[in-house]
Design a protein around this ligand. Structure first.
Ligand code: GRF
Length: 201
């Protein structure tokens, strides 16, 4: 399966996919890594792994629509079967999400539908939650609203701050994202009628 990964930052989830692939656990080819931010660590990780990289700086486009059109063209040039959003910090237009419906995944650091949007770790602490976590979901037009494929949860400890909690959640991110991508690549995970399905044999 050809995969294009979109990033904006450190790329630790990208690294988890690269590592799983290198261990022979993931039947994918990462055709390209595209970032909307120049000079981020994720681009260096991709280059080190020999993966083609591309920067599309959203600031150089006149509108969100123009950026999304350019991004779509750049992605489709690699003819991916799956688009993986891995810390890609841009809100996507409905036209974009429609185009990749059922073949685009995102990872969001909360137990969706709780805490959509930003600053999820601090918000979970402030809300007095005792558990928090991470969700891999198919992307739809609704921000952080598409059907969930896998979730992992972790405890929130009395001594936590947002940084400590984020680290605990990220360890789980690096487990469940490769797992969801593996299921998709094996044809086991799909989106049908607005829901995510893990299809048995
Ligand atoms: C992760 O916490 C992910 O859940 C969120 O953005 C962060 C990306 O981290 N969407 P990284 O770039 O993969 O290290």
């Amino acid at each position: 399966l050809r995969v294009v990964v979109l990033i904006s930052g450190s790329g630790s989830n990208l690294q988890a996919l690269i590592d799983a692939k290198n261990k022979g656990e993931l039947p994918i080819e990462i055709a390209a890594v595209i970032s909307n931010c120049p000079d981020v660590q994720g681009l260096a990780r991709a280059a080190k792994a020999g993966i083609p990289t591309l920067v599309l700086d959203h600031k150089t486009y006149a509108s969100r629509e123009a950026f999304d059109r350019a991004l779509m063209a750049a992605i489709d040039a690699y003819t991916p079967g799956l688009v993986v959003l891995a810390g890609f910090m841009r809100i996507l237009t409905a036209g974009f999400t429609e185009h990749y419906l059922g073949r685009m995944l995102n990872i969001h650091p909360s137990l969706l539908p709780k805490f959509q949007g930003l600053h999820t770790h601090q918000r979970a602490i402030d809300a007095g939650e005792t558990r928090h976590g991470v969700t891999v979901h198919f992307v739809t037009a609704e921000l952080d609203g598409g059907p969930a494929c896998v979730q992992a949860s972790v405890p929130i400890l009395p001594t936590d701050d947002a940084g400590l909690l984020a680290k605990r959640v990220q360890r789980q991110e690096h487990v469940i994202y490769p797992l969801a991508v593996k299921w998709f690549a094996e044809g086991k995970l799909s989106m049908e009628q607005g829901k995510a399905w893990l299809n048995g044999e």
